[in-house]
Design a protein around this ligand. Structure first.
Ligand code: ATP
Length: 298
């Protein structure tokens, strides 16, 4: 909401993280301010989890700086102010849902009541159930809910709804929204554009370890305010304004911002082609175009 005026809660400054030869993050900078709900969007291997792990102190950057709640994420006292749900959560099967929430909550100076927390995430009916008896989706929801148990200032959610059905996903969204509406700050990663669209006002697109866009959802859409031009051709010359290109089932699909100009240039080039189709690009395609921009070849 007041994205540029809120207090700075987390900052990655020019962070690079290598794993051997792999550069998972390449000089990434990111500020998260109080009251924001930021969606971190990117394909598999883009570096999203690595960035979260650096911000929450699970890993250290190879170079660059990380600040969390005005201190260092390596400081356990600082980390008490945040909530984290990793991609996978291992919870002891024999404990009851209510017991786990009590146990986790007890580690924090301030906490949300067990009943309230479970209700927020649509888990109220499960308070007496043993974790071992929960479905995968229920367990996942519990894992996410636990990130909110200690009334955190800032919550990091790494792909919170992966593998959940529509209903469970919406229950989670409601819980995340309720926290945000109370003034809470969230950074969440997702592969799902609809999830980021449903929740986040600010979107950071990450690909190949770099920040490709950091703006409002609207602006990120506009940035690639795109059409998809699809045609059959052996090969194409370099064409102007191509944001992304891929071969699909014998066709070449180009994501472009100005399809008229592209077609004019295509005809002018004399390259043989057939089966020309032009349609609006979906947000998914716009996103893929952004992430493949550097490697696009038309
Ligand atoms: N512990 C590790 N050792 C070696 N390489 C790693 C390690 N963790 C991550 N990587 C590599 O770093 C890159 C970024 O991975 P990361 O998990 O941050 O991406 P991601 O965007 O979270 O992907 P996903 O959506 O699949 O979780 C990948 O190439 C990955 O293989």
């Amino acid at each position: 909401m007041n994205s540029s005026s809120g207090k700075l809660l987390a900052r990655a400054g020019e962070v690079t993280r290598r794993y051997g030869d792999v550069v998972a993050l390449d000089r990434v900078s990111l500020d998260i301010r109080a009251g924001e709900l930021v969606g971190l969007l990117g394909p598999n291997g883009a570096g999203k989890s690595t960035l979260i792990n650096l911000l929450v102190g699970l890993r250290r950057p190879t170079s660059g700086t990380v600040e969390l709640l005005g201190g260092s994420p390596l400081d356990a006292a600082v980390r008490r102010g945040i909530g984290v749900t990793p991609q996978e959560t291992g919870l002891p099967d024999s404990l009851r849902v209510g017991e786990i929430v009590d146990f986790v909550g007890a580690h924090f100076p301030e906490r949300l009541g067990t009943a309230e927390l479970l209700a927020r995430f649509g888990l109220g009916d499960l308070v007496r159930r043993q974790v071992g008896s929960l479905s995968g989706g229920q367990r996942r929801r519990l894992g996410v809910a636990l990130a909110f148990a200690g009334r955190p200032k800032l919550v990091f959610l790494d792909e919170p709804t992966t593998g959940l059905d529509v209903e469970a996903r919406r229950a989670l969204w409601d819980g995340i929204r309720a926290f945000h509406e109370d003034g809470g700050t969230v950074l969440l990663t997702s592969h799902y554009l609809e999830e980021v669209e449903a929740l986040a006002e600010r979107v950071v697109v990450i690909g190949n370890g770099r920040v490709l866009a950091d703006d409002t959802m609207r602006a990120v859409r506009g940035l690639v305010g795109t059409r998809r031009v699809s045609l059959v051709a052996e090969s194409l010359p370099d064409l102007p304004g191509v944001l992304g290109a891929e071969r699909v089932d014998g066709r070449i699909d180009l994501v472009v911002s100005d399809p008229d100009r592209l077609v004019v240039e295509l005809v002018r080039s004399g390259a043989p082609f057939s089966g020309l189709e032009i349609r609006p690009a979906t947000l998914e395609e716009a996103f893929l175009a952004l992430t493949s921009k550097e490697s696009a070849h038309a």
